[in-house]
Design a protein around this ligand. Sequence first.
Ligand code: FPP
Length: 249
Amino acid sequence: MVEDKRQLPRHIAIIMDGNGRWARQNGRRRIAGHRAGVTATRTVVETCADRGIDILTLFAFSSENWKRPPDEVTGLMSLFVEVLRNEVDSLHENGVRLNFIGDRDQLPRGLRLGLGEAEQKTIGNERMQLVLALAYGGRWDIVQAAQRVAVAVSKGELDANTVDEAALNKYMSLGGIPDPDLLIRTGGERRISNFLLWDIAYTELYFTDTLWPEFDSTDLDAALKFFADRERRYGKTGEQVAVRTEFSA
Ligand code: FPP
């Protein structure tokens, strides 16, 4: 386990992949795989809070997942409503603040309302922030930010010449939140699948073959160990980073 808190990521993002394959391997229906995925999610949220992670962002449903068979989509939406109903009180008692990013208008009304209520209820919590990405796509996020910038410019609230990275960042879904330090993808694929494209410019990427329903606190600790062993250079040389670390230590 990584003992030195300075070596831990402040913000972890996770692509939870492999529920369907886990279900197939176990002779179950796909939705049973998603239910098993909820159990893994609970373990990971608890472990992150225990380890002192500040922000956890989970990719629960992508813009592209609407193309799945209708019964799977309906099953997932019902599952999200159920998870909110069952888990929000416990998250609240444990000091977790819940936020949602994604295209709200695409979600069923009941889920939208549940998410809004959970956000309001937990707004004052400070132990950990849990961000759920639902109906979310990285390109969608950049487009909605660009649209909002264009509206602000057309209203005269923003000068087009001053739009730089920091200005656009304010309009991104994770605008007020530090970028993820570590991105974990389970389930064996090594791609980003339109998750946080803007926000992961300097994020360390960790891929594991473990299927999401089997990902547990030992797997999370392995990812944290991987992160602690990385040297983050942000475009500088290794020597520059070593000097900076010496002086700031
Ligand atoms: C990927 O497995 C997972 C999803 C599409 C999202 C559903 C995630 C959960 C139900 C976990 C719990 C989430 C919350 C918010 C509590 P897949 O179906 O893509 O797996 P496959 O690639 O093996 O088919």
